[in-house]
Design a binder for this molecule. Structure first.
Ligand code: CP
Ligand code: NVA
Length: 312
């Protein structure tokens, strides 16, 4: 597989390889410090980023390469040059491209026309690199055997909820999303895709609108912001009201397993999707999870540029 455009393209073996290598990079960040020697990686983003941008730039630097960061308004793409032409031009200079933007179809199109690996650094529909960091953090906490464990996402049925369902399906996990019905539920097509993957991986996919039953006996409670980048500001009041029952509070956390953890892709809004008590409390693993954004992107760049990700 040339690119990582969508979480669903990864096989379980790919994920295991990436997590193993990322764990090595966590121990010794510079162990492959010449892998991208004399190579450049373009990082193109039309939305803001703290973690994905810095994790990507430092990952490239740790592999001995040069990161080139490009803001959305800096390319001729914004003035009508086509995605296909842009992909071909970047392929002539760089050895990989990491892209964060709105439409998933734009990332797919860049991948189709670029001859170099293209990595999805977040779209409106997916966030594959985040899930690699999440699953490395999960593995560090619970080990490889996840039998009987329940992994629960609560909140908006957005890009994170999609990636959560798909990666959980790939990993053979019991994954749950608890979201409002309707407008803010995960896309039906993503839920069917997760169920299709689950039929071969042995995963269980549960989609509910009941936060308490979801949280009961969970090993992980995960959440994300209620207003994603690009969400219409006019929806805020209505959306906040619909999402309030899914906020991760001390009470909801108390329904989980004894060894449960709290996860969040960040940025977080304390007092909205999660209480300060939970996110800054002893069950929270957010700093390790954020740290692994770098180790996992480093592993992804390492293996993709060597043609070692097989896909499914
Ligand atoms: N979690 C995440 O993708 O963070 P950034 O938006 O800061 O990159
Ligand atoms: N759902 C959020 C994730 C940020 C990492 C967004 O798209 O803004």
């Amino acid at each position: 597989m040339k690119d990582l455009l969508r979480t669903e393209h990864l096989s379980r073996a790919d994920v295991e390889l990436l997590l193993d290598t990322a764990a090595d990079f966590a121990q010794s960040p510079l162990r492959s410090h010449t892998a991208l020697h004399n190579k450049s990686v373009a990082i193109y983003m039309t939305k803001p980023s703290t973690r994905t941008r810095l994790a990507s730039e430092t990952a490239v630097a740790h592999l001995g390469g040069t990161p080139i960061f490009i803001r959305g308004d800096e390319l001729q793409l914004g003035r009508g040059e086509t995605i296909a032409d842009t992909a071909k031009i970047i392929s002539g200079y760089c050895d990989a491209l990491i892209v964060r933007t709105f439409a998933q179809s734009d990332i797919d199109e860049l991948g189709a026309h670029a001859s170099i690996p293209v990595i999805n650094g977040l779209s409106d529909d997916d966030h594959p690199t985040q899930l690699l960091a999440d699953w490395l953090t999960i593995r560090e906490n619970f080990g490889a055997d996840i039998t009987g464990r329940k992994f629960v996402y609560l909140g908006d049925g957005n890009n994170m909820s999609h990636a959560w369902l798909i990666m959980g399906a790939i990993m053979g996990a019991h994954v749950v999303t608890a979201t409002p019905d309707g407008e803010w539920a995960p896309d039906a097509a993503v839920v069917s895709k997760a169920r299709a993957i689950a039929r071969t991986s042995g995963a269980t996919i549960e989609v509910t609108n009941d936060p308490e039953s979801a949280a009961r006996g969970a090993s992980v409670l995960y959440t994300d912001v209620w207003m994603s980048m690009g969400d219409p500001e006019a929806e805020r009041a209505k959306k906040t009201k619909a999402l309030e029952p899914f906020a991760i509070t001390k009470e909801l956390m108390s329904l989980t397993e004894k060894d449960s953890i709290f996860m969040h892709c960040l940025p977080a809004h304390r007092g909205e999707e999660v209480s300060g008590f939970v996110i800054d409390g002893p069950k929270s693993v957010i700093w390790r999870e954020a740290f692994h954004r770098r180790t996992t992107i480093q592993a992804l760049l390492y293996h993709l540029t060597r043609g070692e990700i097989k896909g499914n």
